[in-house]
Design a protein around this ligand. Structure first.
Ligand SMILES: [Zn+2]
Length: 395
C-alpha cells in the first residue's frame, strides 16, 4: 500500500506539538520520534547519554553518511492565556499550523524523519551510504553542545540542519560568545570611600575603553558586534558599602576563523593598558560557562563560545544540494542565518560540510501563537527528499 508521506508528516508534526518538551525535558518528544522510526523500519534507533535520538537508515552499499539535525527542545510558553491558539493543541487555520515548536523546529524534524523513511522505502534500501536523523536536546540556550556527542558517534560526511530558512539554502552564520568581564576592588563603609577600592569605578573605566574596540566586519556575514548586555555589582543592594566586585557581560558575534584566544586578545590588552594607568586595577576577562541537566540525568557543560561558519557557493556539496532542491521543484536561494544554530559545532568546530534548510521564517520562532504554514512543511519535505535523491540515487 502506498503511503502518503505528506499526510504522515503532518500527523507526526501534530503528535510532536502535542508533546511539550522544553530544554532538558525532551523525553516525551524523544519517545514519539523513537516510536515513529521503529514503526517505519529504521535500521537502528538509539539515544545517547544526553538523550539525543539517533535513527539510522543503512543503504545496501557503503557510502557517505548524511546527518539531518533538528532540535527537539522548544522555548517555554510564558503566558498561555495570551495565546489565541492553545500552544500544545495543534490546530490548522487558514493553511497555518499553530503551536509551540511549529516553526522552531518540530515540523522540520518531522519532515526530515519522513523524508528519510520515504527515501529508504522508495529505493527499497538500494542506495550507497547511510541516512541519519538526529533529534537533538538542549539547543535553545546551548547551541552546538549536545551536537558534539552526535558528530562524535555518527561521524557524518555532510550535515543538514533544519532550522527555519523559508526553504532557502543557508551556507553560513555568525557565531556568538558571551564574554564576562570582572573587576575586584576593596569594600569599605561608603562614609569613608577612600579606605576602599570601588569595583564599579574600575569597571566603568574599562567599559569606556572597550567602546573604542572595533570588532571585525565580514562582507558576507556582517559585523562582529561587541555589546554590553548586563552589569552587576556586589554586595547588592549596596547600602552604605563600597562595592568590591563588579561583573559585566558582553555579547560578541563571531565571524569565521575567530578563536577563543583571538576574541579575548584586545580585551586583555585593554586591561593591561588600564592597569598601567591605575595600578589598583584588578580585572579578569573570560567566557561565561553553562551547565544544564539533561532528561537522562547527565549534565551538559561548556563555555559559551559558538563559532561562526560559512561555505562558498561553489563548493561541490553546496551545488549538489541546490540541484537536488531545484530538481524537486523547490526554488531555493543561497542565503545566511541571522542567528546561532547547532551548525556552530558541525561546521564551525568540527569543520564538516554543513548547510541549513528548513520550513518557515526565522522571525516566527519563540513568539506567542507560533505557527508554520502547511505549504512550507510540504515544501521542506519535498526538498529533503530531493536532496536525498540527488546524493543517494537508487542503485
Ligand atoms: Zn531552533
Amino acid at each position: 500500500m502506498a503511503i502518503d508521506f505528506r499526510q504522515e508528516c503532518l500527523s507526526l508534526c501534530k503528535e510532536l506539538i502535542l508533546t511539550p518538551g522544553v530544554s532538558g525535558k525532551e523525553e516525551g518528544v524523544a519517545k514519539v520520534l523513537i516510536d515513529f522510526f521503529r514503526l517505519y523500519g529504521a535500521s537502528d534507533v538509539r539515544t545517547d547519554r544526553y538523550g539525543n535520538v539517533i535513527a539510522t537508515f543503512n543503504g545496501s552499499k557503503p557510502g557517505k553518511t548524511i546527518l539531518f539535525d533538528g532540535h527537539m527542545d522548544t522555548v517555554p510558553v510564558v503566558n498561555e492565556s495570551e495565546w489565541e491558539n492553545l500552544p500544545f493543541c495543534p490546530t490548522i487555520k487558514d493553511g497555518k499550523l499553530y503551536g509551540r515548536g511549529t516553526s522552531d523546529m518540530k515540523c522540520a524534524l518531522a519532515a526530515m524523519a519522513c523524508a528519510a523513511v520515504a527515501h529508504a522505502m522508495c529505493t527499497n534500501g538500494n542506495f550507497a551510504g547511510k541516512i541519519v536523523v538526529a533529534g537533538v536536546v538542549h539547543e535553545e540556550c546551548f547551541e552546538g553542545v549536545a551536537a558534539r556527542e552526535i558528530s562524535k558517534n555518527v561521524k557524518p560526511d555532510l550535515v543538514i540542519i533544519g532550522e527555519a530558512s523559508e526553504c532557502n539554502l543557508k551556507t553560513g552564520q555568525r557565531g556568538r560568545a558571551e564574554i564576562v568581564l570582572e573587576t575586584f576592588g576593596k569594600s569599605a563603609h561608603s562614609a569613608s570611600p577612600q579606605k576602599g577600592i570601588n569595583a564599579v569605578y574600575l569597571m566603568t573605566d574599562l567599559i569606556r575603553r572597550i567602546r573604542n574596540i572595533e570588532p571585525p566586519i565580514s562582507p558576507v556575514l556582517g559585523p562582529g558586534i561587541l555589546e554590553l548586555t548586563d552589569i552587576k555589582s556586589l554586595p547588592y543592594p549596596g547600602a552604605s558599602v563600597v562595592p568590591d566586585y563588579c561583573r559585566a557581560t558582553y555579547d560578541r558575534r563571531l565571524l569565521v576563523g575567530e578563536t577563543k584566544e583571538s576574541v579575548l586578545e584586545p580585551l586583555n590588552k585593554i586591561i593591561e593598558e588600564a592597569t598601567k594607568a591605575n595600578p589598583e586595577l584588578s580585572a579578569k576577562v573570560s567566557y561565561a560557562t553553562g551547565e544544564e541537566l539533561c532528561y537522562t540525568g547527565e549534565k551538559i557543560y561548556g563555555e559559551r563560545f559558538f563559532p561562526g561558519w560559512a561555505f562558498d557557493d561553489d563548493e561541490i556539496f553546496v551545488k549538489e544540494i541546490l540541484e537536488g532542491l531545484h530538481d524537486a521543484g523547490v526554488d531555493a536561494k543561497i542565503t545566511h542565518y541571522n542567528f546561532c544554530t547547532n551548525a556552530s559545532h558541525y561546521a564551525g568546530e568540527a569543520k564538516i560540510p554543513t548547510v541549513g534548510f528548513g520550513p518557515s521564517m526565522e522571525t516566527l520562532a519563540h513568539i506567542k501563537d507560533e505557527y508554520v504554514e502547511v505549504a512550507q512543511i510540504e515544501m521542506a519535505l519535498l526538498g529533503y527528499m530531493g536532496i536525498l535523491k540527488r546524493l543517494f540515487p537508487e542503485q
